[in-house]
Each structure stands twice: as structure tokens, then as C-alpha cells.
Design a protein around this ligand. Structure first.
Ligand code: PLP
Length: 434
């Protein structure tokens, strides 16, 4: 199956031509803004859980476009639904609606167990879903008496100015001061801090059930239930960011399901469109859903027929293929295989959102210099060996593969990891010596 022989691929390669990875990267650095650093590879094609680079090398994609490619690459049903919607009606302004938009909103409310009066706002990305949530929080001001939003240390909610104000990392925030004011970050997982900070001046509390960018760190057991109780008592909104954890990623539609709580709002994006860009904010109950009124928020592309069709196809496939159950079993198996390795000190996460910390080759922590970025070196060794993984921290690897990952595919990675850590450690010590 070569790229040039697939009929759909032909028009694209006629537009851009074909070249080597090296040549694309040279052109990239001359034409693309440097915010992402140098791309690791130039990818030209994907199929299921595999992608291929411009030089024909194949990779098992264990990152899934960072929890986006829920059904892998080029999923036939998602592809055909997108194509047929695009060939029927691609875009309308929000002066109009379309059947796919309405059907997707209804489906999201159903799977979120949202009570009567709950509503959906569609955006194009996670940060935009959180911008809508930020504005929703501001509307819970009770005539100016509520002025504060509470978020957690380690939080990542996006890169636009409102979402960035909710994001904790100083390196992301500082260059862009002043950010929207009134956001307080409290220590992660600390219920006393939560009780102290959330009060009658609080508009909202923002939480990720599992902090993804921080290295796949779940909230402690019982935290969400207590956060629900505290926010309700204070009259503050509880807003959960399920941009990374939602849409089956943890083996349930949403990561909050275990806790038994319903939030006041929930943001979604990443996996929702099965690779197509879409974000959503669900507001729970009529009162919260009425906080943003006509004219107070909007978007040109949000909720367009193609994106909402892609999401409907994704949700339908997750349901009809029993993927939630599949994610739980493959995730459990992979986590237990990883936990058995001496190269791994801790495994976190649920379903197919997995973070694990590295020790060193054969479990030898001392074999790697203390200040060396072992995880980044493992990412490189993995690429050379044909695996795509991610390093959210210097000793932490994150996996967020397609939900269709097979046990066998998962096992090839677990089996390869000891060698990847050795290769990475060698590369680091060679670098140190030179
Ligand atoms: C990725 C992410 C975002 C931002 O989503 P974008 O689509 O990149 O804007 C927000 N919140 C969480 C938890 C995320 O993982």
C-alpha cells in the first residue's frame, strides 16, 4: 500500500510534491514559527495505530496525536462520514444550525448523564472550550461579589489568555503577563487548601480529574466528591477539564464517572473528533446553562457540520465496537506489564492514559546522571525503534495511544522498553563523556 497509489492521497501529493524528511525539515525551519522546536519526524501517512514518515519508516503511535486520534489514523467510518458531510454541506455560519450539530449536542448530554436543562457550546479546541468555561465562571459573579477562580498547581488548561491564566506553569505564563486576573492556584490534591480557598467570593473551581501535561497525575481518591460538596456549599461552579481524559480515554466516557459526581460544566476536545478539530463545553442544569446569554459568546467555526459529523462518527464507533471495555482491558494489561519492569518505578493513570516514571537501565538509577533528561532520550530511542511516545517530565513517559490499540501492539512496546532505556542511557553517558 504505497501513498501514491491511494486515490485520496494523490491530489495532496500533487499539491505539495514529495521529498525527504530532511528536506521538509529544512523548509519547515525556514517557514514555520519556532514555538514547537524542531519536529521529531515528518509524517506523511497513517493507518490504524501506525504512521509512516517521509522516508518510509513505520511507527507504532502510542501517543495518538496527544490523546486525539481516538480511533487511530484513517479510520474508515470516520473518514467516510467526514467526506460525505463535506460533500453535502461543509460550513454554515452560526446564524444557522445543522442536523449533525443538534444530534451531537444531544448525544453528549446523554453520555454525560446531564440533567434536563443542560446545554452544549461547540468550539474548535480545548483551549477554546476552556475560554468558554472561563467566561461562564465570570458570569457567576453575583453582581460582583464573586471575583475569584480557583485552579490547581500543575494544571494545564490551554494557551489562550484565559485558559493560560488557569494554567499553572510559570514558563508558559510569565512571558505574557498581565493575564486575566483573579485566578488562584492551590496545592494539588490538598483538601485543606481547597476548603480554605473556595468561599463565597469564588466564581468557579477548575480541575482536571487526571493532570495530563503534568505527567498523568490523578486526583487523590475522594477529592472530586469533596470538591463537589465544597463548591456547592460555597455557590461556586465546579468545572472539570476533560479535554484529555474524556471520550473513552480512561475506559469510561469521562474520568469523573468513578467519583459519582456531576460537575456544573465540563470541557472536551482532543479525542472528541477522532482526529478532527472540535471542542465542546457542556453546562449541567438549566441555571448554569443560562449564565451565558445571546450575544455573550460566539465562534465562526465552532459546531460546524463536518466537525460535529466527525465527532458523531467517533462516539458511534466507540459505542458500537465496545471500545470502553477494550480500553480498560488493554490499559490494565499494559500498566501491569510496565509495572513489572525494573526500568519503571511507578505507573499511573487509567485506561489508555498512562504515565510512568523511569529508573535506569536494568533498574540502575545511578547509571544515568541525576540532571540528565532520561525521558527525552527514551523518546528518541523509541523513535529509532519505531515507537512514538512522549516525555512530559525528565523521568516520565506518557502514553495516550488510539483506543483501538491491541494487546499485542501494547506488548511490543513493553517488551522493547528495557532496550530503549539502555540505549537512551548509553546515548546520555556518551554525550556526557564527549
Ligand atoms: C490539551 C489540553 C488543553 C488544550 O487543548 P488545545 O486543543 O491544545 O487547545 C486543555 N486542557 C487539557 C487538560 C489538555 O490536555
Amino acid at each position: 500500500m504505497s501513498t501514491s497509489s491511494t486515490p485520496e492521497a494523490r491530489p495532496v501529493s500533487e499539491l505539495v510534491g514529495t521529498s525527504t524528511g530532511e528536506s521538509w525539515l529544512a523548509r519547515y525551519s525556514n517557514s514555520l514559527m519556532g514555538v514547537f522546536g524542531t519536529p521529531q519526524r515528518v509524517l506523511v501517512r497513517g493507518q490504524g495505530c501506525y504512521v509512516w514518515d517521509a522516508d518510509g519508516k513505520q511507527y507504532l503511535d502510542l501517543l495518538g496525536g496527544i490523546a486525539v486520534n481516538a480511533l487511530g489514523h484513517a479510520h474508515p467510518f470516520v473518514t467516510s462520514v467526514i467526506s460525505s458531510q463535506l460533500a453535502t454541506l461543509g460550513h454554515v455560519s452560526n446564524f444557522f444550525t445543522s442536523p449533525t450539530q443538534v444530534a451531537l449536542a444531544e448525544k453528549l448530554l446523554e453520555i454525560a448523564h446531564a440533567p434536563a436543562g443542560s446545554k452544549v457550546f461547540f468550539a474548535n479546541s480545548g483551549t477554546e472550550a476552556n475560554e468558554a468555561a472561563f467566561k461562564l465562571a465570570r458570569r457567576n459573579s453575583e453582581g460582583g461579589r464573586r471575583t475569584k477562580i480557583v485552579a490547581l498547581e500543575g494544571a494545564f488548561h490551554g494557551r489562550t489568555m484565559g485558559a493560560l491564566a488557569l494554567t499553572a506553569k510559570q514558563a508558559y505564563r510569565e512571558p505574557f503577563a498581565p493575564l486575566p486576573s483573579g485566578v488562584v492556584h492551590i496545592p494539588f490534591g490538598d483538601l485543606d487548601a481547597l476548603r480554605d480557598e473556595v468561599d463565597e467570593t469564588t466564581q468557579a473551581l477548575f480541575l482536571e480529574p487526571i493532570q495530563g501535561e503534568a505527567g498523568v497525575i490523578p486526583l487523590p481518591d475522594g477529592y472530586l466528591a469533596e470538591a463537589r460538596r465544597i463548591t456547592r456549599e460555597a455557590g461556586a461552579l465546579l468545572i472539570v477539564d476533560e479535554v484529555q481524559t474524556g471520550i473513552g480515554r480512561t475506559g469510561q466516557w469521562f474520568a469523573i464517572e468513578d467519583s459519582g459526581i456531576l460537575p456544573d460544566a465540563m470541557s472536551l476536545a482532543k479525542g472528541l473528533g477522532g482526529g478532527f478539530p472540535i471542542g465542546a463545553l457542556i453546562t449541567f442544569g438549566a441555571e448554569t446553562s443560562a449564565l451565558l446569554t445571546a450575544g455573550q459568546h460566539g465562534t465562526t467555526f465552532g459546531g460546524n457540520p463536518v466537525a460535529t459529523a466527525a465527532a458523531l462518527a467517533t462516539l458511534h464507533t466507540i459505542e458500537s465496537q465496545g471500545l470502553l471495555e477494550h480500553v480498560r482491558s488493554v490499559g490494565d494489561e499494559l500498566r501491569s506489564r510496565l509495572a513489572d519492569l525494573p526500568e519503571v518505578s511507578e505507573v499511573r493513570g487509567r485506561g489508555l492514559l498512562i504515565g510512568f516514571d523511569l529508573t535506569g537501565p536494568g533498574g540502575d538509577v545511578a547509571a544515568v546522571p541525576q540532571n540528565a533528561n532520561l525521558a527525552a532520550a527514551v523518546v528518541n530511542a523509541a523513535l529509532d525503534a519505531g515507537f512514538i511516545v512522549n516525555a512530559p517530565g525528565p523521568r516520565t513517559i506518557r502514553l495516550a495511544p488510539p483506543l483501538i490499540l491491541s494487546i499485542e501492539q501494547a506488548e511490543t512496546f513493553a517488551a522493547a522498553l528495557p532496550d530503549l532505556v539502555s540505549t537512551a542511557a548509553e546515548a546520555l553517558t556518551t554525550k556526557e563523556a564527549s
